[in-house]
Design a protein around this ligand. Structure first.
Ligand code: DX5
Ligand code: ZN
Length: 232
């Protein structure tokens, strides 16, 4: 996984057909997805429940590129090895999931996976500075986690300050929640490079007719790249 700040679109399989994850991952990758974003929810840290390491392991052979695993679970540490063995390339834990996030990030890196830190909309950047050396990605939540299809909460100011804090370090800024061709440009302009999108990617398509996935991915990417000045 080489580092680049080019815009990456990461469809969240939370909005895919749960009976068809393998085919859905292949379909969105064929249609231009850069990463596959996997939302793990435990019914405790967030109210919703999705799936665990066994499902991630089953999905892995169907993902050619990066498998980006977002853990909305607490505690995190007992499950890190399981998700790493399931083939996660990036494992992201929440700042709010416990008092020992530094240890959690160390444990993620120790598995060989890249380490990500997610920040809820109500969480500031205060704790991030002391963690920079352990980070490969910061995920700025633009919804309160738990469900797909929620309204975007503008975190432009936080993203701009985070981008300045990161400076030249190879740390991705990922945005998660409510990403559409209308909202993605705001985040790209503020400094984000990974855009997670569930509903806005999977709407209108299916594994039988995946071309809308491609249309949707291109619409988000084109809008975001235009905002950063990247030639499209
Ligand atoms: C929210 C999840 C998101 C979600 C995004 O808890 O972490 O990844 O699936 O879904 P949309 O794009 O529908 O807001
Ligand atoms: Zn997510």
């Amino acid at each position: 996984m080489s580092f680049s700040r080019a815009i990456k679109i990461a469809p969240s399989i939370l909005a895919a057909d749960f009976a068809n994850f393998g085919a859905e991952c292949r379909a969105v990758e064929d249609q231009g997805a850069d990463w596959i974003h996997v939302d793990v929810m435990d019914g405790h840290f967030v109210t919703n429940i999705t799936f665990g390491p066994a499902t991630c392991a089953a999905i892995r052979p169907h993902v050619r590129g990066v498998m980006d695993v977002h853990l909305m679970i607490a505690p995190v540490d007992p499950y890190i090895e399981g998700f790493a063995k399931a083939g996660a390339d990036i494992i992201t834990a929440h700042m709010e999931a416990g008092p020992h996030v530094h240890r959690t990030l160390q444990a993620i890196r120790a598995t060989g996976a890249k380490a990500g830190l997610a920040l809820n909309p109500g969480t500031g950047l205060d704790g991030v500075e002391n963690l920079l050396d352990l980070l490969d990605l910061v995920c700025v939540m633009t919804v309160n986690p738990g469900f797909g299809g929620q309204a975007f909460i503008d975190m432009s100011d936080k993203v701009r300050r985070l981008r300045a804090l990161i400076g030249p370090r190879p740390i991705h800024i990922e945005i998660d929640g409510g990403m559409t061709p209308d909202t993605a440009p705001l985040m790209a302009r503020a400094g984000a490079d990974v855009l997670v999108a569930g509903s806005a990617v999977f709407k209108g398509g299916s594994v039988v007719d995946p071309t809308p996935y491609g249309t949707n991915i291109r619409a988000i990417r084109t809008a975001a790249e235009a905002a950063t000045g990247t030639v499209v």
